[in-house]
Design a protein. Structure first.
Length: 151
């Protein structure tokens, strides 16, 4: 089960890259003047990466959790799907949706295994996305070490 979990997490990471790339592809295929296509084609992926890093990155100490995180991911992944659809690449949109649903299943099953003692995160590897994790991550003390005593 752990192998399937990590395969799904790898596919999820590749899906994230595809969603970012979809916004660039959409920008470059717009029916507009070339300066607009280049600007949108470069700014779309940059904005997607900025938003993910600010609100959903695993190593961000104040990343969204719970319902706001789920809503953010719906909009973020939906943007990648919509970009593929607007570009006429239906298989890409279906692929991103399938990868995200598979990743959600893996995250839920990984959480269930964790509660029964089999910790899929025990290797210390980075988890690409975890909308369902909520406040389940390491505490600030675990990330930064114990606070030094005041003198």
């Amino acid at each position: 089960m752990i192998v399937l979990y990590w395969i799904a997490m790898t596919a999820l990471f590749l899906g994230e890259l595809a969603a970012i790339g979809a916004t660039g592809f959409w920008g470059f295929t717009l029916a507009a003047a070339w300066p607009v296509r280049i600007s949108v084609g470069l700014m779309g992926p940059a904005l997607m990466m900025l938003l993910w890093g600010r609100f959903a990155a695993h190593n961000n100490t104040d990343a969204l959790t719970g319902t706001p995180r789920i809503l953010f991911e719906i909009v973020w992944w939906g943007t990648g799907i919509a970009a593929f659809l607007a570009s006429g690449v239906v298989p890409g949109a279906v692929g991103i949706a399938a990868v995200r649903l598979t990743g959600l299943w893996a995250q839920l099953s990984g959480r269930a295994e964790k509660s029964f003692g089999a910790d899929p995160h025990s290797s210390g590897a980075h988890v690409a996305s975890s909308a369902v994790r909520g406040g389940d991550g390491p505490t600030r003390e675990q990330r930064q070490g114990p606070a030094l005593p005041k003198e």
